[in-house]
Design a protein around this ligand. Structure first.
Ligand code: GDP
Length: 194
């Protein structure tokens, strides 16, 4: 399954604005600047579909992209950026939690982490929250091109241990050289049954 027939649909800032739940949905989550936009752009083969920025933390909604007549891809706002005020973070959290809890068509949340860093508290919290809510989670360790093969394996194993993830259930990825792209396509197509 190639994720090529993709178009921006709408940006949701309130739950009332959500499109009708008619298609399977795959959401993408991660800390600000982790490489979420780059991962989505690589997946769909379009450099500029999601704006990549070196500067994290801009306020944004849930961005919906439609994949042909088959699925929605949902880019969730990045989390964990201290410069956004506490009130703003609470609003984001309410919107995202509300969305994740109520969305009947949600079939997977891709949780993107930087392979160079150890397990971060917010990622651990999100992963265990998803498990508690019986929401399928696909961990992806990105920016893999930034490490040598040996170091990559070591860091991936440390993240697996930190988040209690089995090595067969996550993907090591790079937006720079395409590592893990085929694996990601296959996994997402299987979750969405497309
Ligand atoms: P987002 O805030 O999570 O959407 O992160 P972006 O996709 O905007 O990426 C943040 C920065 O990391 C940008 O400078 C990207 O070029 C860089 N980046 C993202 N993914 C990769 C990757 O796989 N490899 C490398 N080397 N850089 C990456």
């Amino acid at each position: 399954m190639k994720f090529v027939d993709i178009n921006f649909l709408l940006s949701v800032h309130k739950l009332a604005q959500l499109p009708d739940p008619t298609l399977p949905e795959i959401a993408f989550a991660g800390r600000s600047n982790v490489g979420k936009s780059s991962l989505i752009n690589t997946l769909v083969g379009r450099k500029g579909l999601v704006k990549v920025s070196g500067r994290p933390g801009k306020t944004q909604g849930l961005n919906f992209f439609q994949l042909g007549d088959e699925a929605y891809l949902v880019d969730l706002p990045g989390y964990g950026f201290a410069k956004v005020g506490r009130g703003m973070q609470d609003n984001w959290q309410k919107l995202i939690t509300g969305y994740l809890e109520m969305r009947s068509t949600l079939c997977c949340v891709v949780v993107i982490m930087d392979i160079r860093h150890g397990a971060k508290k917010q990622d651990t919290q999100l992963i265990s929250w998803l498990k508690q809510h019986n929401i399928q989670c696909l961990p992806v360790y990105t920016k893999a091109d930034k490490l040598s093969g040996n170091q990559r394996d070591k860091n991936a194993a440390a993240l697996d241990a930190g988040h209690t993830i089995a090595s067969g259930q996550r993907i090591v990825f790079s937006a720079k050289n395409g590592m893990g792209k085929d694996e990601l396509e296959t996994a997402l197509a299987s979750f969405a049954k497309i």
